[in-house]
Design a protein around this ligand. Structure first.
Ligand code: K7E
Ligand code: RUQ
Ligand code: CUA
Length: 651
């Protein structure tokens, strides 16, 4: 039976949507129009000059991470992380395929939302970048000397890892959490309507080795069956804590858009990770079965290797007191963000009419005074009044995410009313607002999530472009807008399309990493098992049906370039070593009829692509990257004969 209340709620939602369209189409523009020439000047980076910042934008459903310059809005690189990339061969080459292995097998795609730079004293140190996979829960590490994905780690017993990746003060941990509650034992086959009895939440603490960056699935915390949306680490006084937002504390499993919005408040979860770590050290965590993959590029050979694990440490808050608290927060909060001083914990209640601001010091007092409303699964719920210090009024409709300028202001993205509101951390009053085009998700201020923001640029990552660019059909790229926030008012400088759907982004001053970036892979240090470092060593070897071609590439020749004696049904491994040692001197390799991809091989690197010839004939292969005036000559032939041929193997 459909109850009246449901009908009422449905109509409120519809009313909301009506309001949304008014706001989206009818909203009078509040944009501070800069003199165009002035805006152009501020984003202009002259030919041959460098940008001030690297910006890293998550790719959302492209599963990638794109690298841009600020303020120019020029794209430098698209780094494949969780998705195969036929352009580079990532996820097709034998060296990179293991990075996409999971307990569900090889997964060629994912949805990546939140990039995070590694931190030292809560400031980006320019060593690594981490990013999450939302769908088949994983985290990845990208090496910022090569801008390549070097490691992926699967999160066991998790249903969608959205709250990742956020780093603690010195990257001791990267945090993760289950977005969708599911039975903690993932193989459990139960009716969905036993949600409240059988489903669980979990938080993940992924350790990061300070020297090598290598990740490890250190422990998980068992939580009530809510949805854990976003995480953030504290800083300064709150550096020992991490925070997560929850929604669906209603424990609904159907019609969530209505049923998970019923309560006035959900929670921000505050976890003392130092204490959790101590409990784990004391042996209070239980070892439970958990199958997950940990894949990493071997430093020596540059070949990724998969390791399968079968257990994880699980801490139950009922056995670990004084470690976790719930801070009631209106209403289905999405983002949680911590101000530069580490004192304010800002929620983004996407359905709330205010932006709630909690105080960390008041939270500690409330804990000391046992100001608890109730205790859920060993987790005390603090009284709302005991932690809240401000409610920003009139923030617009649908506040999501907040960043800071270090000058006493916070900037919150507001999705439904499609704007950014700037408010004071002293008075909690809105002091400025500016339109976004259109429907903003995250925003990112240069250093805006650190203790020491640069009050320079703000990037708004918006969901739809509509009329902003020349139209390209019903589906267009998601835009980003660059704002100058150095003055009292926000000013829009630039509007540009991006790759995939950027959710969050990170920025770092360019001179902090620029000089550490590798120009080549050192050929002498190439210990790939199938590398050939001199043209004289190039060769072809057969072992049963497996043929290995040890091939060198150098301007403008493949060695060998004519191969005969390949048979239908063979498995042919082309091991390609680019023996150049010049910056940016890449070669590509592609062979006709291959159903795999090409590979691009960087100077000094070895990459392998496997080919299964299926019919006889002459198959040309060639270099796909225009590498010299004789690039068109960089080619070869493979002769494929019947399976029972007498043609000898020659090259
Ligand atoms: Cu708000 Cu996935 Cu960070 Cu997108 S999430 S907007
Ligand atoms: S060839 S430079 Cu096809 Cu003219 Cu590329
Ligand atoms: Cu090598 Cu073109």
């Amino acid at each position: 039976m459909i109850q009246k209340t449901t009908i009422w709620k449905v109509s409120t939602v519809l009313l909301g949507i009506g309001l949304v369209s008014v706001l989206m189409y009818g909203c009078p523009s509040q944009t501070e129009m800069l003199d165009t020439g002035d805006a152009a000047q501020r984003v202009y980076v002259a030919p041959g000059e460098y940008d001030e910042y690297y910006a890293f934008l998550s790719g959302g459903y492209s599963g990638q991470l794109s690298v841009w310059g600020l303020p120019s809005g020029r794209m430098f690189r698209n780094i494949p992380v969780f998705s195969q990339d036929p352009e580079s061969g990532y996820g097709y080459s034998e060296e990179t395929k293991p990075l996409l292995m999971t307990s569900y097998g090889f997964i060629p795609w994912d949805d990546s939302h939140h990039p995070e730079l590694s931190l030292t004293n809560s400031m980006p140190d320019g060593r690594w970048m981490f990013i999450n996979a939302n769908n088949t829960p994983r985290v990845a590490r990208i090496d910022l000397t090569s801008f390549e994905t070097v490691e992926t780690l699967e999160l066991p017993n998790t249903g969608g890892n959205h709250a990742s990746t956020f780093a603690t003060e010195n990257t001791e941990y990267i945090i993760g959490a289950t977005r969708f509650s599911i039975p903690y034992d993932m193989d459990m086959d139960v009716p969905i309507d036993t949600y409240s009895e059988n489903f669980d939440g979990s938080l993940s603490f992924i350790g990061v080795d300070d020297e090598t960056g290598e990740m490890s699935m250190d422990f998980q915390i068992l939580m009530p069956p809510y949805h854990y949306d976003l995480g953030r680490a504290g800083k300064g006084p709150s550096a020992d804590w991490v925070f997560f937002t929850t929604y669906n504390t209603e424990e609904a499993h159907t019609l969530l858009e209505i049923n998970a919005s019923e309560f006035d408040k959900d929670y921000i979860v505050a976890v003392n990770w130092k204490m959790a770590e101590e409990y784990v050290r004391e042996g209070r965590a239980e070892t439970v079965p958990a199958e997950y993959y940990h894949n990493m590029k071997d430093e020596n050979t540059s070949v990724a290797v998969s390791n399968v694990h079968d257990e994880v440490l699980l801490l139950d808050p009922r056995d670990a007191p004084d470690m976790i608290y719930f801070l009631p927060t209106p209403k289905s909060p999405h983002g949680v963000d911590i101000d530069p001083t580490g004192e304010y914990i800002v929620g983004g209640g996407k359905l709330a009419t205010v932006i709630p601001v909690h105080s960390f010091s008041r939270m500690l007092d409330a804990i000391d005074n046992d100001a608890f409303e109730e205790i859920i699964n060993g987790i005390p719920v603090l009284e709302y009044e005991s932690t809240i210090v401000g409610e920003v009024e009139n923030p617009g409709l649908g506040p999501l995410h907040t960043e800071f300028d270090g000058d006493g202001h916070a900037y919150t993205s507001v999705y439904i009313s499609s704007e950014i509101v700037k408010w004071s951390l002293e008075t909690f009053e809105v002091v400025d607002r500016i339109d976004s085009y259109y429907s903003i998700g995250h925003l990112m201020i240069t250093g805006g999530d650190t203790p020491n923001p640069d009050k320079r640029y703000m990037l708004g990552l918006t969901k739809t472009s509509r009329d902003r660019f020349l139209p390209t059909g019903p589906k267009q790229l998601h835009p980003a807008q660059l704002y100058d926030i150095s003055g009292d008012r926000m000013e829009m400088l630039l509007d540009f399309p991006t790759i995939g759907e950027p959710h969050y982004a990170q920025a770092i001053p360019a001179d902090q990493i620029r000089d550490n970036v590798k120009q080549i892979y050192d050929l002498d240090a190439n210990n790939h098992p199938h590398a050939v470092k001199r043209t004289a060593d190039a060769r072809v070897e057969r072992d049963g049906d497996v043929v290995r071609v040890y091939m060198t590439n150098i301007r403008s020749h493949f060695t060998p370039d004519n191969i005969e004696g390949i048979r239908v049904g063979d498995e042919v491994h082309f091991h390609l070593t680019n023996i150049e040692q010049d910056w940016d001197m890449v070669h590509g390799f592609a062979i006709k009829g291959s159903n795999s991809a090409e590979v691009l091989i960087a100077p000094g690197e070895t990459k392998t692509i496997v080919w299964h010839p299926q019919r006889t004939g002459i198959f040309p292969f060639y270099c796909t990257a225009f590498c010299s005036a004789l690039h068109q000559e960089m080619q070869g032939y493979v002769r494929v004969s019947p399976a029972d041929t007498d043609v000898p193997l020659t090259w």
